[in-house]
Each structure stands twice: as C-alpha cells, then as structure tokens.
Ligand binder design. Structure first.
Ligand code: NAD
Length: 520
C-alpha cells in the first residue's frame, strides 16, 4: 500500500499528531495526550491522534445539541436528500475507505471494502425511509376524535463502536439517526481512529456544503474514559454501544440509572449445527467463511460447531483439510490472494493462547493450529512485527462442563462437538449466555421450521444453510440475552432513533372520556 498517497486522498495529515475531535471544526486538543494507531499486520506506527480534553468533550456535546436543534426543523425527505449526497461522497471513496480499514483494522481487502458497501446500503434504506417514517393512525372509540402515533427526532445519539467494524457500525447508526432528525457523536475504538477521522471528514464536508453544521456528525477519539463521559452526559439521549459484554454491562447500568435509551450490540458465541442430511459441501464452505472471515473477529463468527454423530469424523477431517489450504493464504490483508489477515490487537494473541491452554486442560484436542505462525511461515517479510496466529479447530466429546466454550474468545478458534438429535443440538445452541447468531445445515423441511420456531434457536439471527456471519442489511441486526437485545440497520430499527408519542385530537365540542367514564 502507498500509505502516504492513501492518507493524502483521505485528507489524513499525519505530519504532526492528528486532531481526534470534530465538532463543527477540527479541534487542536489541549489535553496533551495522544493515542497511537498501529498497523496490526506489521506493528508499525501509522499515526498519533490527539485525545480530547474534558473541555473538548463538553464543547462537542454542546455543539451536537445545538446542531440537532437546527436539523429537527428540516423535513425528513430533505434530510434524505442530504444523506443521498453523503452516500455519493462515500461511494467515491469506497476503495480508499476499504483500504484504510484493511490497513488499520487488518481485515482483508474484500471484507474492508464490503464494510463500506454496508454503510452505502444502509444509507439507501435510510433514504427510502426518509419519506416513510411515521406512526399509524388508529380508530378512536370516541366520537370525533383522531388518534395516532407521531415520531419526532430524539436528540443526540452517542455511537460508541468496536474495533472490528470500524466504519460500518457508525454508518448503520448515523444513516438512520440522521434521517430521523438527530445529531450523532461518534466515539470509535481507540485502535481504529484513522477510519473514523477519514469517514467524518467526508460526511461533514457534505453537511457543510448544504449549510448544515458539521457537528451533526461529531467525533471524539479516545479510550473508554471518553466513552464513559458521553454515556454520563444527560444531553445525550440514546447510547448505541457495540463492544464486549463486560463493557456493555457498565454502559447499560449507567444508562439505566438515567433512564437513558440504549442499543446494546455485545458479544456473540455463535453456533452452527450440521445434520447428517445436510449438503455437507455447502455446510463446509459456509463454516470456513464464518469461522475464518476477519480472522475470527466478527461478532457473528462461528465459534461452536455441533455435528451429528454419524458424520462428525468425516466432516471434521474435511474441515481440517479446508483449514490447511486456507492457512496457506494467511498474509498481508491488502494482497489479493490473502484469505486470513492478522489479529487486530497484540493482546488478542494472549487471549488466543490462553484459550488454547484452557481447551487442553478441559479435555479438548487441538486438531489444527493452536499456535503462533512462525516467522519461517510468513508469506511476506513485511509480516514481521504483526499479530499472526494459526486458525484453530478443537474437538470435544461433550460440551457439558466445558467453560471455555461458554465464553467468546475473539480469535479464530472453532470448537467441534458431536450430538445425536436435533432437540439436543438446539439445547446446546441455546445453553450459553449470548444469543447473537446461529445456523442449521439440513435439507429436511421439518427441521428447518423447528429451528426457526418457539422450540428453536433463541438467537437474534437464525439462518439455515447459510453462515452465522455476513448478514444483509435489510433485516434487523442484533442479538438476544447477554448480547444485549439491541437492533440496528434494517427492519424497523429506525424506530429506536425517534421520540414516540400517542396523539389524540378531539375535534368535536363535547368532552369525550374513554372507557365510558362520566365526570359530570
Ligand atoms: P470493547 O468493549 O473493549 O470496546 C468497545 C468500545 O467501548 C470502544 O470504543 C471502547 O473504547 C469503549 N469503552 C470501553 N469502556 C467503556 C466505558 N466504560 N464506557 C463507554 N465506552 C467504553 O470491545 P472491542 O474489543 O473493541 O470489540 C470486540 C467486542 O465487540 C466483541 O465482544 C464483539 O463480539 C463485540 N461486537 C459486537 C457486535 C454486535 O453487533 N453484537 C458487533 C461488533 C463487535
């Protein structure tokens, strides 16, 4: 990658430390502290970004609030037109934005670009919705009374995002929040600030061209302490938080104390179930994608795999062969031939290795991987200094009492376990705290309907013959249970960004009381 040229095209001036605060203007922070952005493939420093001071956080929230007061006056279809121009500007930079994701987060080129396409797709949905958001008109039981629901803008939306989707998650939130008449304040992961700065530059240049305050798309780059300040501020009306269960719990509790609305998109522990009657080749290809895509660092990555006993041995050996060939394509994520990039954090290597130790001590067998990639195995000398590991398959004979399988390790480790009946497999799917995504591989129609019904998967995403990851944006995206119950993107997710009121208008000259009550 020609990094200086990429940075130049995206307006990232990295000569000095970059401003990480935008509230209508890029603020040179007086905090004196910076965070560093590293390339996870090589370990090299990409840029230093200034962390906002307490005063910068304060003035950014105030600016977003003032900007929202201006936006709420604009009719929603006009907001849609502005979003259409934002979409056009982002589309003009789709390859560069995809590449900055690849560089800073470490996902492969096609997944990096795909993430920006997700933003464009949600912007399409939001543009259409800008002429449709509204409530229903209801029949009143009272004579000459009108009843209905109205959706008004909510206010200021705090979007706190995780490192693994450094642009798309903001895109899902911003697009819907904007057409619903809200300002957003984005606090990206501290390890992916450049993705956020580049995206903010593009969006705010369009807002400014339309004479709108750029603070409608404010940015505060920093760590959890900056996120916590946004959460604590009463001027922020909704927190859309994407991240780990542990941090999500802190955020959820703080918001509950203030009765503040939340969208929580937390960890997943996603399972696939392979029935003996499945198209096994199709199952294999889907599982390889969902377990290895983004190097196992998607919230929807397939982590647990239940295989019907009669086919488990042959299926597992095909899986091992597929991992052997995929692992020959571990490499620098911007190269076209690469399938598997690095882990994002150096710290993730520790949790990967510690999970492998737990697998062994809890009676599992490592069938493939389970170790760092050695330097002699690097496909490019520039990989030195990066976070390189081998994707891993572990086999357990039972999942009962296996603690390591109950938690999300954010790395490509797949646990394979046998089962006998579909009922047993559904029970295994549902027995963990998390409830994000799940998939059943079968050709039997009754099994499919059992799986999606009341006695089926308890997850927010239930698939058949697809993969746990790679959702389309048209459906509501989110999980159940400790994944957080939030919904984003398609369906009626937009409703969460509105202030809802039931409205009754008496257009008669009589007092009309409901439920037949008289008060004369
Ligand atoms: P993380 O919880 O460490 O951080 C997420 C964000 O929260 C970061 O921006 C961080 O700075 C901020 N933060 C930390 N402490 C905070 C606090 N007290 N108050 C406010 N903000 C705070 O998560 P991560 O390591 O960046 O991301 C990986 C996790 O995200 C995984 O668990 C993954 O499953 C989850 N995730 C979930 C979804 C989903 O849709 N369900 C999508 C992507 C990622």
């Amino acid at each position: 990658i020609d990094i200086p040229a990429l940075f130049k095209r995206l307006g990232l001036d990295t000569e000095q430390s970059v401003s990480g605060t935008y509230n209508g203007q890029w603020v040179q922070s007086s905090s004196g502290s910076t965070i560093e952005s590293y390339n996870p493939s090589t370990g090299s420093l990409l840029a230093k970004v200034q962390v906002p001071s307490t005063q910068d956080v304060e003035s950014t929230i105030a600016a977003a609030k003032a900007a929202q007061i201006q936006l709420r006056k604009m009719p929603a279809p006009q907001r849609g037109h502005i979003l259409r121009d934002i979409r056009t500007a982002l589309a003009e930079h789709v390859d560069d934005l995809g590449m900055i994701i690849t560089l800073e987060m470490g996902k492969i080129k096609s997944e990096g670009r795909g993430e920006v396409v997700e933003f464009l797709d949600v912007a399409d949905i939001a543009l259409g919705l800008s002429r449709q958001i509204g409530g229903v008109v209801l029949p009143s039981e009272r004579n000459k009374h009108f009843m209905g629901e109205v959706a008004n803008p909510l206010g200021v939306i705090g979007v706190i995002s995780a490192f693994n989707f450094p642009i798309a998650v903001f895109g899902w939130n911003f697009s819907l929040a904007f057409i619903c008449g809200n300002a957003s304040i984005w606090k990206p992961a501290e390890t992916t600030p450049l993705c956020a700065i580049a995206t903010t530059r593009i969006i705010t240049s369009v807002l400014e061209k339309h004479g709108l305050p750029g603070a409608l798309c404010s940015l505060l780059v920093g760590g959890g302490d900056i996120g916590a300040k946004i959460v604590a501020d009463p001027r922020v009306d909704l927190i859309s938080f994407t991240g780990s269960e542990a941090r999500g719990k802190d955020v959820g509790v703080e918001c509950a104390k203030q009765f503040k609305q939340t969208i929580l998109e937390l960890g997943g522990n996603n399972a696939g179930i392979v029935m003996a009657d499945a198209n096994l080749q199709l199952a294999l290809r889907n599982i390889v994608f969902s377990a290895l895509g983004t190097c196992g660092q998607r919230c929807t990555s397939n982590r647990r795999l239940f295989v019907q006993r009669s086919v488990i041995d042959s299926f597992t050996s095909s899986l091992v062969s597929a991992y052997e060939s995929a692992s020959k394509r571990i490499g620098l994520p911007h190269q076209d031939t690469t399938l598997i990039g690095p882990l994002h954090h150096a710290n993730s290597i520790k949790s990967y290795l510690s999970a492998i130790e737990d697998v062994k001590s809890q009676g599992g067998k490592v069938l493939f991987g389970g170790r760092l990639l050695e330097e002699s195995e690097y496909s490019d000398k520039n990989m030195k200094g990066g976070n390189w590991i081998l994707p891993t398959i572990c086999r357990f004979d039972t999942s009962e009492g296996i603690d390591i399988m109950k938690k999300e390790t954010f790395a490509p480790i797949l646990y394979v376990v046998p089962f006998d009946t579909l009922e047993e497999a559904i029970e295994l799917n549902n027995c963990v705290a998390q409830g994000l995504s799940s998939v059943l591989y079968t050709q039997d129609i009754s099994s499919m309907f059992q799986w999606i019904g009341a006695e089926g998967s308890d997850c927010g995403i239930i698939n058949v013959n697809g993969s746990t990851s790679g959702a389309e944006v048209g459906g509501r995206f989110g999980g159940n249970k400790s994944t957080g119950w939030g919904r984003e993107s398609g369906g009626d997710a937009w409703k969460q960004y509105c202030r809802w009121s039931s409205v009754t208008i008496n257009w008669s000259n009589e007092v009309g009381l409901a439920q037949g009550v008289t008060f004369d």
